[in-house]
Design a protein around this ligand. Structure first.
Ligand SMILES: *[C@@H]1O[C@H](CO)[C@@H](O)[C@H](O)[C@H]1NC(C)=O
Ligand SMILES: *[C@@H]1O[C@H](CO)[C@@H](O)[C@H](O)[C@H]1NC(C)=O
Ligand SMILES: *[C@@H]1O[C@H](CO)[C@@H](O)[C@H](O)[C@H]1NC(C)=O
Ligand SMILES: *[C@@H]1O[C@H](CO)[C@@H](O)[C@H](O)[C@H]1NC(C)=O
Ligand SMILES: *[C@@H]1O[C@H](CO)[C@@H](O)[C@H](O)[C@H]1NC(C)=O
Ligand SMILES: *[C@@H]1O[C@H](CO)[C@@H](O)[C@H](O)[C@H]1NC(C)=O
Ligand SMILES: *[C@@H]1O[C@H](CO)[C@@H](O)[C@H](O)[C@H]1NC(C)=O
Ligand SMILES: *[C@@H]1O[C@H](CO)[C@@H](O)[C@H](O)[C@H]1NC(C)=O
Length: 841
């Protein structure tokens, strides 16, 4: 720990003196994305923390607990997910305060959630890392902070209150199952209990336990708790202190829980420390006692908050950008995006009741289909040891449950959305050289199982249709699958994702010298070609879009089916169903138009099929300009940057500027869709730093940063990578939102650099990239030798020389192809482990 800190400090001192240090936490606004469907959790949390405290609302969009949309507050709870779709997650065991009960009788307070919901005072909401505060219309001000497994709530009552604080055995989704329990100990001022609940986007159930301790600062024993008891439905009693409660007859959970009444608090304050645990109520108490110490009268709110601030400060330490010439809002957008990448997954190490293991356990991978694209790759840059723990947890989950998850929340299996995308995450970590206790042999076995064995229920894990996949090398529409169960939809997107998953596996096989496997999965990764229908057109109503050649569904008998390439696109107004239901589309949450670009491992083979570089660029432009894609969903991310593969990096830069800040602004309503556990946050962060990953590969695509300089210190090596922009001030005309120019030339460690990408060693070895801006697109990064590697560049004969030549003839490079072939010879072999491309440049 100390060594790491020292090397970080050393890195900062060496900072090539590019950027002065400053307090970044002032540029973090947790409220970004807390309305308009961002579903961000805006409350108090530690990085990857289990306790997440916030005010819950009755918004239609309360997945993150608090939605900043004027909806009413229903309680204050300690467990949340962030940015998710699906049903609202967690929100278990909310507290709710009354300054007094009508007529000073307990039944004069309103217990059920539906009727107690209350407005809050506009403008009273305050949020910062590790802190959330709000004032209810009743005049009760509530603020909160957290440790890893416990929340600390501070209720400040108006003068002369006789407060009641209740704890409700419910959650945000009202999913409580039978036999929830609570015990109220008025002597100790403690409530403990347990309840089973349902996960929000998955199957099974989970049981959560709590331990809530109350204190009244300034009060002696006699001046504190007046009495306490339990409530059921709308009635309460101070005579009964234990409750076991079932669902009511119609299956909807009956309101029920416990409460304390307090004598008038001397300082007007009541504090509640709520420990949570998946193990037992006792463990919840131990967690809370270990993490938030009581004083004589109170819990130390300031010390708990200070620890939280310190943890966030440490996590933000590896990355700094220059503040020269950029507005505060730009910095806030950037650092808040980073902050959101560390909400989920959550570290439940020591809290997993499902199996015994010495490995770390992380949960709320929600979902990997979202997070493989840029969130986890981003964390690999600034927090690799945490990513190593996440990877170990994924592998250990496979070890004990048989399968890598595609989605996981609340100790339960989440639904698979397409491919087995944990493969991409494991391989991304593998090619970027993470070791740190990861058992890569077990990791390889886990990803290989995804490719080889069909699970009985593949809506929860693994892949479906493997028999057809192996026999036909595509997933057929209306497949005949007798080995397992899942919704027989998404045949096109599953084919494309399985292809990429297999490429990922081949990379790991190659790195582990499993040559036969490497070849096998490399071959399998070409399956996407089998659904490409060269004569397929795309019409918008009766008008031809002018493009020919699209993916199409194919039946088991190898004849083509049909799906309108615009179905499920952002401009499809026909009400298509594009999710997981039966009879939904052959593409998941997006159109063939968007999925046509999803061949991240073999752009060199895809581009000729889509009309060569010029035709490809026209298609990408059409996709974005015609608003066929929507940046609020993750498959859109890479399409912003794929111009790089056609030798047009300036177009990627121009494109990202159309999305940030217009679609990602630092306001509560500023996100274009669900943040998806920080997936959107990572898109903002990596886009603004000018390095976007092609996940699963040691490739980052260079665009113009939104800042004059960016510094990233690798926490493992202590090396500092820097990106510096020359002429930033001259082309900073977009109202100081950061840069309007394009790269004219670049140097790497002082030597000319023309590649439009870097590999991971840029970060681990700490290199220095200098970008010189000019007004217009230039020839920088456009040459055939400048574009990132593709599978077909290096594999022996899987792609004919002709198709490569065609690619670049079309782009007008002619003879340059020869140089390119040499430059990329065996690139992937090298990528597989040490990414040595950029040595010797
Ligand atoms: C309170 O906030 C809501 C939205 O958050 C807004 O619609 C409303 O106008 C505000 N009311 C006042 C009095 O400012
Ligand atoms: C919030 O509560 C107020 C007062 O009870 C009520 O008038 C309003 O309709 C409620 N709003 C919502 C969204 O529940
Ligand atoms: C709930 O408790 C009742 C009574 O003890 C018992 O019969 C029932 O099986 C329990 N239900 C569950 C789901 O544990
Ligand atoms: C996760 O929690 C465990 C146990 O508290 C701890 O040892 C580990 O460092 C944590 N990991 C991260 C990434 O915070
Ligand atoms: C087809 O026409 C209708 C009616 O003009 C329009 O609303 C819809 O957006 C069009 N569809 C496409 C894909 O352009
Ligand atoms: C192939 O299968 C599809 C779907 O069952 C059917 O519509 C089509 O006629 C079949 N084609 C041939 C050539 O058998
Ligand atoms: C810059 O700001 C001005 C005034 O606020 C506005 O009219 C203009 O559209 C902005 N330009 C850009 C490129 O955002
Ligand atoms: C730069 O682009 C502008 C408009 O896009 C054009 O008018 C100008 O001639 C270009 N300058 C150079 C040096 O190419």
């Amino acid at each position: 720990m100390h060594g790491l800190l020292l090397s970080l400090l050393a890195g900062t001192a060496l900072a090539k003196n590019v950027i002065e240090d400053y307090d970044v936490l002032r540029y973090i606004d947790p409220l970004i994305g807390s309305s308009n469907g961002g579903n961000v959790f805006p409350g108090a949390a530690l990085p990857y923390g289990m306790a997440k405290a916030v005010a819950d609302t009755n918004s239609e969009s309360n997945q993150g607990g608090f939605a900043y949309d004027g909806s009413n507050v229903t309680g204050f709870s300690s467990m949340h997910d962030s940015g998710t779709g699906g049903s609202p997650s967690l929100g278990n065991f909310p507290l709710f305060p009354y300054k007094a009960c009508a007529g000073d009788t307990v039944d004069g307070c309103v217990f059920p959630k539906v009727s107690r919901a209350t407005p809050y005072v506009n403008g009273s909401v305050q949020a910062s890392p590790g802190y959330f505060g709000i004032t209810l219309a009743s005049g009760v001000h509530v603020d909160m902070t957290v440790s890893h497994h416990a929340s600390l709530f501070r209720f400040r009552f108006p003068q002369n209150s006789s407060p009641l604080v209740l704890l409700d055995l419910s959650d945000l989704s009202d999913s409580r199952q039978d036999n929830a329990t609570i015990s109220v100990d008025t002597e100790l001022g403690r409530m403990t209990g347990s309840a089973p609940f349902l996960p929000s986007f998955g199957s099974g159930e989970y049981t959560l336990h709590f331990c809530a301790d109350f204190k009244t600062p300034g009060a002696t024993q006699d001046e504190g708790i007046r009495d306490g008891g339990i409530f059921v439905d709308a009635r309460a009693s101070t005579d009964v202190h234990d409750l076991k409660i079932s669902r009511s007859i119609n299956g909807y959970p009956l309101p029920g829980g416990g409460f304390f009444r307090f004598k008038t608090p001397p300082q007007g304050t009541v504090e509640a420390r709520v420990g949570v645990s998946f193990i037992s109520p006792m463990q919840a108490c131990i967690n809370a006692e270990n993490e938030i110490k009581p004083g004589k009268w109170d819990f130390d709110f300031e010390a708990t908050h200070k620890t939280a601030v310190q943890q966030w400060t440490d996590k933000m330490a590896p990355i700094r950008v220059s503040r020269n010439g950029v507005k505060t809002s730009v910095l806030t957008n950037f650092y808040s995006g980073i902050y959101r990448t560390m909400m989920n997954p959550q570290n439940y190490t020591g809290e997993n009741p499902l199996w015994t293991s010495s490995e770390p356990y992380f949960d709320s991978f929600y979902c990997l289909w979202d997070s493989f694209r840029s969130q986890i790759p981003f964390l690999t840059l600034i927090d690799p040891s945490s990513v190593a723990q996440m990877v170990r947890s994924l592998i250990d989950t496979q070890r004990h449950l048989g399968w890598l998850p595609d989605c996981r929340m609340s100790l339960c299996k989440g639904y698979t959305q397409g491919g087995s995308n944990a493969d991409n995450i494991l391989v991304d970590a593998y090619v970027k050289g993470l070791t740190d206790g990861i058992d890569w042999d077990a990791g390889y076995a886990a990803v290989q199982k995804d490719a080889e064995v069909e699970p009985y229920d593949w809506s929860n894990e693994g892949r479906g249709g493997l028999q057809s996949w192996k026999r036909l090398q595509y997933i057929p529409v209306e497949d005949f699958d007798h080995e397992g169960f899942g919704t027989l939809t998404r045949s096109i997107s599953r084919t494309l994702e399985y292809s990429y998953n297999d490429f990922a596996i081949s990379q790991m096989a190659q790195g582990m010298k499993k040559t036969a496997d490497a070849e096998k999965y490399q071959k399998a990764s070409g399956a996407w070609r089998n659904l490409f229908k060269a004569d397929q057109t795309s019409y918008r109503n009766t008008t031809d879009t002018g493009f020919k050649g699209f993916f199409q569904p194919k039946y088991l008998n190898q004849t083509w089916g049909y799906q309108d390439p615009l179905k499920c696109s952002n401009i499809d107004t026909s009400g298509s169903i594009c999710s997981l239901q039966n009879n939904a589309a052959e593409t998941f949450e997006s159109s063939i138009w968007e999925y046509q670009f999803f061949v991240p491992h073999d752009m060199a083979a895809l581009i000729p099929l889509l009309g060569g570089p010029n035709g490809f660029v026209k298609r990408l432009d059409y996709l974005h300009d015609q608003k066929i894609t929507y940046i609020g969903n993750e498959p859109a991310f890479l399409t912003v940057y794929q111009y790089h593969y056609a030798g047009r990096p300036a177009k990627s830069t121009a494109r990202v500027r159309t999305y940030i800040p217009d679609y990602f602004s630092p306001t509560p309503a500023g996100l274009p869709g669900n943040d998806d556990s920080g997936a959107m946050g990572s898109f903002v962060a990596m886009s603004m730093m000018g390095m976007f990953p092609n996940p699963g590969q040691s490739v980052y695509l260079i665009t113009v940063p939104f800042f004059e300089a960016v510094s990233i210190t690798n926490p493992l090596t202590g090396n500092e990578a820097t990106i510096r922009v020359i002429n930033f001030d001259k082309f900073n005309s977009l109202n100081n939102t950061g840069g309007s120019g394009f790269i004219q030339s670049a140097t790497m460690n002082g030597k000319p650099y023309t590649k439009n990408w870097v590999s991971h060693d840029f970060f681990t070895e700490g290199h220095d990239l200098v970008l010189v801006l000019g007004r217009n697109e230039s020839t920088w990064g456009t040459g055939p030798q400048d574009i990132p590697p593709s599978l077909s560049d290096s594999s022996s004969g899987t792609v004919s020389a002709r198709s490569l030549d065609d690619t670049f003839d079309d782009f007008g490079f002619g003879d340059a192809v020869v140089g390119r072939r040499h430059a990329h010879l065996d690139t992937h072999a090298r990528m597989a482990r040490d990414g040595s491309h950029f040595r010797g440049v």
